[in-house]
Design a protein around this ligand. Structure first.
Ligand SMILES: [Cu+2]
Length: 134
């Protein structure tokens, strides 16, 4: 009788242990792709066009088509970005900003006419982001 209880407790213990291993390991085995944007590249929020790019080993996407003549914000998301894409510049707008290693930095863009574009670069000009306004 006592042996049966012992076996039952042992079985529960083993299954518990297996569950613990599977559940903790299972979570760690599906890492989020850091280069994949978590939101749409261009979205409209309260009448404002919001462009979202990721800065990490360059800019993703590095070519964006946006709507001209609309209030626009540029969100630059960093996710453990320790490369020079965090040294963010928009030469034509006089923007020069060191982005945090992780976070979202928002830039207000001026109203731009159809056919214009904005180029953002890392401080060395190695990585670029082109926003075309149509
Ligand atoms: Cu660079």
């Amino acid at each position: 009788m006592q042996q049966k209880i012992y076996i039952a407790l042992c079985t529960i213990g083993i299954f518990g242990l297996i569950w613990l291993i599977v559940s903790t390991d299972g979570g760690a085995r599906i890492p989020a792709d850091p280069s994949r944007p978590s939101v749409e590249t261009v979205r409209v929020e309260n009448g404002v066009q919001v462009i979202h790019v990721i800065a990490r080993g360059g800019y993703t996407p590095n070519e964006v088509i946006a709507k001209a003549g609309t209030p626009t914000k540029l969100e630059v998301e960093t996710k453990g970005t320790y490369d020079c894409s965090a040294a963010f510049t928009i030469p034509s707008l006089g923007v020069r900003k060191m982005l945090p290693a992780t976070g979202v930095t928002v830039f207000d863009l001026p109203l731009l006419p159809v056919g214009s574009s904005i180029t953002a670069l890392c401080s060395m000009g190695m990585y670029s982001l082109q926003i075309q306004f149509n």
